[in-house]
Design a protein around this ligand. Structure first.
Ligand code: AMP
Ligand code: GLY
Length: 426
C-alpha cells in the first residue's frame, strides 16, 4: 500500500514510524516531511497548507490511503478534496474540523449539549468586550476564535491585562482574522490531561492519556509553547476520571457532532482539566497532538494503519485498540529564543541518541553540504518507553543529553509533576 501523509513535524514523524510497522505498507509520501522523516518516507516539497498542490500530487501518484495530520489543512478541507478524488483518508472533513478551527463553534456545541466546560461569553465588538472585562470575575481567560498556533490564549489576572488582551486580539490584530471574534471565559483550576481518541463518528476508543508541558521554562514558567515535552500515561487520569470523561464528555461530543450533521472521523483530542467539580473540556483539537503523539503512539500495541482504515470505514467497534501497560516520556529540544525569535541553520550533533531513543524530527533540514541543521523552534523530540515512568524519563534525558547544537534549550523537569503525584499516592 502507498500512503500519503500530510505534515512535516514530530507528530508526523511518529505517525510515519508507526505506519511503517505494517508490512503491507510499501511506500509513504510525506508532504512536506523534514530531514528526519526523509529516512522513513519519501519527502515531497509541497507545503501542508497548499491544498491544490497536495491534490495535484495525489492525482499523479498511486495513493491508497491518506493521513492528514495538522490542523490547518484539515480546516482548509484537505480531506474533502482527497475524498473527492476517491482516496480514503484519516482525518475529519472541514465541517467537523470546526471543532478546533472555531472556539466559538466548540463552546456553543458544548453549551447546547451540556458538555462540561468553562462558562463563557462571545464578543465580536471590542467595545462590548472591554466593557465586559471591567466587571467580570478574575482571573479571566481571553481566547482568539480561530487557529493561532496555540498562542491565541491569554490568562488575565488583572482588569488591565484583560483589556490589553482584548485590544491585542480585536483592535491590534495580533492573531490576524483569528482574533476578530473572541471568547472570554471563566478561569478553571486543576491538573490538565490530554486524551487523544480514535472515533469513526459512532464509536470512540480513547488512547492512553498524556500530559503536555506547555510553558517554556522549568517549573511551568514563561510563555506558552507548542509543548516542551510529554509523558504518558497521565497519573491524574484515574479510572474514575476516565469513566466520567467517557460518559459526560467523549460520547456526548461524538453524538453532538452527529446531531449537528458533521460527524467527526479521525483523532479527536480532548484537552481536559480535572477540576473540583469534575473533568471539563479546555479545548478540542481535530487531530493528534504534538508532542502527545510522540509518547502515545510508541505505546500502541495494535496496528495503526488497521485502526485508521477502520475509522474511515466506520468499523472501529470491531477493531482492537490496545496499549502497553508501560510508560513513555518525550523531551523536546528547541532553538534558543523559542517561542520568541530564534536562529535557524545550527549544525546538530546527535551523538548516540538514535541508539538510545526514538528521535522524532520536528524542525530539521539539510544544509547545502548535507549536514543536519535546525530549521524550526521545536527541533527534535527524544522519546523513550519503559515499564515505568521514572525509567522512561531517565532514558529520555540520557539520550537527550547526547544531542548538542549552539543555543539548544530543553526543560529539565519533564515528568517531574507526574512523578510527585505518583509518589504522593504511595
Ligand atoms: P488552549 O489553547 O485553549 O489549550 O489554551 C492553552 C492553555 O491555556 C491550556 O492548556 C490551559 O493551560 C490554559 N487555559 C485555557 N483555558 C483555560 C481556562 N478556562 N482556565 C484555566 N486555564 C486555561
Ligand atoms: N500539544 C498541544 C497540541 O498539539 O495542540
Amino acid at each position: 500500500m502507498k500512503i500519503l501523509v500530510v505534515g512535516g513535524g514530530g507528530r508526523e514523524h511518529a505517525i510515519i514510524r508507526k505506519l511503517r510497522e505494517n508490512p503491507e505498507v510499501t511506500e509513504i509520501y510525506a508532504l512536506p516531511g523534514n530531514a528526519g522523516i526523509a529516512a522513513d518516507a519519501v519527502c515531497v516539497n509541497v507545503k501542508a497548507t497548499d491544498i491544490d498542490g497536495i491534490v495535484e500530487f495525489a492525482k499523479g501518484h498511486p495513493v491508497d490511503f491518506a493521513v492528514v495530520a495538522p490542523d490547518d489543512p484539515l480546516a482548509l478541507g484537505c480531506v474533502d478534496r482527497l475524498h473527492a478524488l476517491g482516496i480514503p483518508c484519516f482525518g475529519p472533513d472541514a465541517r467537523a474540523a470546526r471543532i478546533e478551527a472555531s472556539k466559538v463553534f466548540a463552546k456553543d456545541l458544548m453549551k447546547k449539549y451540556g458538555i462540561p466546560t468553562a462558562a463563557y461569553e462571545v464578543f465580536e465588538d471590542a467595545e462590548k468586550a472591554l466593557e465586559y472585562v471591567k466587571g467580570c470575575p478574575l482571573p479571566v481567560v481571553v481566547k482568539a476564535d480561530g487557529l493561532a498556533l496555540g498562542k491565541g490564549v491569554t490568562i488575565c489576572f488583572t482588569r488591565d491585562e484583560a483589556a490589553a488582551a482584548v485590544r491585542a486580539c480585536m483592535l491590534d490584530g495580533a492573531f490576524g482574522a483569528s482574533g476578530s471574534r473572541i471568547v472570554v471565559e471563566e478561569f478553571l483550576e486543576g491538573p490538565e490531561v490530554s486524551v487523544l481518541a480514535f472515533t469513526d463518528g459512532h464509536v470512540v476508543k480513547p488512547m492512553v492519556s498524556s500530559m503536555d508541558h506547555k510553558r517554556v521554562g522549568d517549573g511551568d514558567v514563561g510563555p506558552n509553547t507548542g509543548g516542551m515535552g510529554t509523558i504518558a500515561p497521565n497519573p491524574c487520569y484515574t479510572p474514575e476520571v476516565a469513566e466520567r470523561c467517557m460518559r459526560e464528555i467523549f460520547l456526548p461530543t461524538i453524538a453532538a457532532m452527529r446531531e449537528e450533521g458533521c460527524p467527526f472521523k479521525g483523532c479527536l483530542y480532548f484537552g481536559l482539566m480535572v477540576t473540583a467539580n469534575g473533568p471539563k473540556v479546555i479545548e478540542y483539537n481535530c487531530r493528534f497532538g504534538d508532542p502527545e503523539t510522540q509518547v502515545v503512539l510508541p505505546l500502541l500495541k495494535s496496528d495503526l494503519l488497521t485502526i485508521m482504515m477502520a475509522v474511515e470505514n466506520g468499523t472501529l467497534a470491531d477493531t482492537p485498540v490496545e496499549f502497553s501497560d508501560g510508560a513513555a516520556c518525550c523531551v523536546m529540544l528547541a532553538s534558543g529564543g523559542y517561542p520568541g525569535k530564534y536562529e535557524k541553520g545550527k549544525a546538530i550533533d546527535l551523538g548516540s541518541a538514535e541508539a538510545m531513543a526514538q528521535v522524532f524530527h520536528s524542525g530539521t533540514a539539510r544544509d547545502a553540504a548535507g549536514n543536519l541543521v535546525t530549521a524550526g523552534g521545536r527541533v527534535l523530540g527524544i522519546a523513550c518507553t519503559a515499564d515505568d515512568l521514572p525509567t522512561a524519563i531517565d532514558r529520555a534525558y540520557a539520550a537527550a543529553d547526547q544531542v548538542k547544537w549552539d543555543g539548544m534549550i530543553c526543560r529539565r523537569d519533564i515528568g517531574k509533576r507526574a512523578l510527585s503525584i505518583l509518589e504522593g499516592r504511595q
